[in-house]
Structures are given as C-alpha cells and as structure tokens.
Design a protein around this ligand. Structure first.
Ligand SMILES: [Zn+2]
Length: 341
C-alpha cells in the first residue's frame, strides 16, 4: 500500500493542502484563502480542519506519514518556531510545529517556502534526474533553495539558500533585509513594477506610462506583455532582470558546480524576455559555466535533454521550473517522507 503524506503551502494569500503518495501522485488538493487578518489562531484552526478532513478520507486506504508545511519566513529548524515572517504578522516565535503536532497527533515538518519549492522541483520537476540542484523563485520576493543528495541543504541554522539577498549592486536599492542592492530588488515581481515606475518617471509619454495609467492592476505581467510586443523600455527592464540573475547564478555556478539551476516563481513566465541575458552574463562571468555550458543552453527546456547530452562531461543546466505553484505543495508533502527525527 502506498503511504501518503500531506503537504501544506501556507502563503500570505492562499492556504493550499495536498495529499500526495510516495510515488508523487497527487491524490487530492484543497485551496482555501489564508485569512491572515483574522489572526494566527484562526488560520491554524482552518488549516488543521482541512488537513483532518483530507486525512480522514484516506485513513483506511493509506497510512499517513506526516505533514509537511512550507511557510514564508525564517524557521528555527531545531525548535519549529517561526522566527520572522513578514507575510504572517503575529506568528513570530510561535511554536507552530508543536501546536499542529499536538492537534493532529502526527509528525509535522516545517520548512521555508522557497526550500520546499526547490525540493518539489528536485523530486518531481525540472531537476528530478539530478542528485543536486539549486532553485531561485521569482515571486513577490526572490527565494532560494539548495537540495543536495535529495535533501534540503539547511546550513548550520536552517538559513541556507538565501540567494535573493545576495548583492548585485553595492549601493543599490535598499532591501527589507537591511542590505542594499539585493537580487530581490532587481528580479522580483515587486522590483519589475518598481523599475517600470522609475522608467515612467523619466519618460511619461511611453507605452509603459500609458499601461500604468489604463491598467488598474499594473503588474509584472503587464510589463511582460509590453516586452513581448517589443516595447523597448519593458524589454530593457527584463534584460536587467536577466543580467542580475546571471550575476548571482555565475557566483553559484563558480562556487557550487551543481548540474542544474532551476528558475521558478511567477516572474519565470517571462523566461523568453530575461533568459538570454542570463546566458550572456554567465558566459561572461563564470569560467566554470564557459567550460560546461551545453551547446545550446537556451534550448534546454522540457523535452530537449538530447541537447544537454551533446559533448563530453556533465553540463551545467540553467532552466525553468516545471511544476508552477504546485512545486511548494509537492515539496512540502515530500518533507515527512525524508524526515529522520
Ligand atoms: Zn535583501
């Protein structure tokens, strides 16, 4: 009998729950709104109710291995406390893991949401054929995760993989983390919109300015739509996104020499408009990349693995994520399967 585990993606907007078996088959998926404004206890009640409904339904068919939860923020892996979470106000220093274990009487594993997305892409997505991988998630912020030998590389304090807060501009835009010029300030959805507004401030007659004026929800997606229509300002912004990603990736490639680096998150749907700059930058800045790049790096997408195998020796693959927003759910469900506590 296939054992099941339950993955939870606890975001600032949505609370999603999935039952997944050991083979990676999605058995059931539930999406609820995260009523953050009603407070922490309310969200935990909703979450535990939904988990209980799902686990009750399958309890006679498949034993439950446990529950994995991906949470935005910094988690103390030893204690299961949420140290800091800008999207979940009032959760800091609350014993989330202990409380949910008490209520549901099963193993609960908490992890940072970006690490969990990386684990999902490693298990079932773009990196499933590789032992080690790194992932960058381009969303509201920029998350990072490192998976080594099939498990999340947590570092001494569980804080490894914060690639979004590595510096790309020494005196650049201030970041919420206290640094200046973090990758997050140039490659997140928030950053794309900010850079567009900066461009509008210097040219109020542009197509960007017209879009910002007419589009009630002026988002990274609206700017991407302009870029694919050929608008020069929008294209410049995504080119810069790619440059900054390329700078960070060249550092990762030089320091880690992993076989694959995966780019996910909402902004990654603009892959066509920013990825050429990534490859340009990598070739310019990373000797390891120059020595290990596939013959046609940009062709390395789903189904193009033949290109990767061209030439001697393992190649360095930079590619898009495959699981979309489900990466975090699959990764969270994977946590109890590989937990050894
Ligand atoms: Zn930062």
């Amino acid at each position: 009998m296939n054992k099941l585990s339950i993955g939870v993606d606890l975001g600032g907007t949505n609370l999603r729950i999935a039952a997944v078996d050991e083979q990676g088959t999605l058995v059931e998926k539930v999406t609820l709104g995260t009523k953050v404004s009603l407070g922490r206890d309310h969200v935990i009640d909703d979450m535990c109710d939904a988990i209980q409904r799902v686990s009750e339904k399958y309890k006679d068919a498949a034993p439950l291995l446990g529950i994995g939860i991906g949470v935005p923020g910094i988690i103390d892996m030893q204690t299961g406390l949420l140290r800091e979470s800008p999207n979940l106000p009032g959760w800091a220093d609350y014993p989330v893991r202990a409380e949910i274990e008490r209520r549901l009487k099963t193993i609960v594993v908490l992890e940072n949401d970006a690490n969990v997305a990386a684990l999902g892409e490693k298990w079932l997505g773009a990196a499933k054929d590789y032992p080690d991988m790194a992932m960058l998630t381009l969303g509201t912020g920029v998350g990072g995760g490192l998976v080594m030998g099939g498990a999340i590389w947590q570092g001494a304090n569980g804080m490894a993989g914060e690639f979004g807060h590595t510096t790309v501009e020494p005196d650049g835009h201030p970041c919420g983390c206290g640094n200046r010029g973090c990758l997050e300030q140039y490659a997140s959805a928030t950053a794309v919109v900010r850079m567009a507004r900066e461009a509008i401030a210097s040219n109020s007659a542009s197509a960007l300015a017209r879009a910002a004026h007419s589009d009630a929800e002026f988002s990274a997606k609206s700017i991407y739509n302009l870029a694919i229509q050929g608008d020069a300002d929008a294209r410049r912004i995504f080119h810069y996104v790619g440059r900054c990603l390329g700078i960070v990736l060249s550092t990762l490639v030089n320091s880690l020499n992993l076989p694959i680096y995966v780019i996910g998150g909402g902004v990654s749907s603009a892959w066509e408009s920013f990825s050429p700059a990534i490859f340009e930058e990598l070739r310019r800045r990373s000797l390891v990349y120059a020595a290990t790049a596939p013959a046609d790096a940009s062709a390395v997408l789903q189904g193009a693995s033949a290109v990767v195998k061209a030439g001697p020796g393992p190649k360095t693959i930079i590619t898009r994520a495959l699981l979309g927003s489900d990466a975090g759910l699959y990764g969270a469900a994977r946590l109890p399967m590989i937990a050894n506590r």
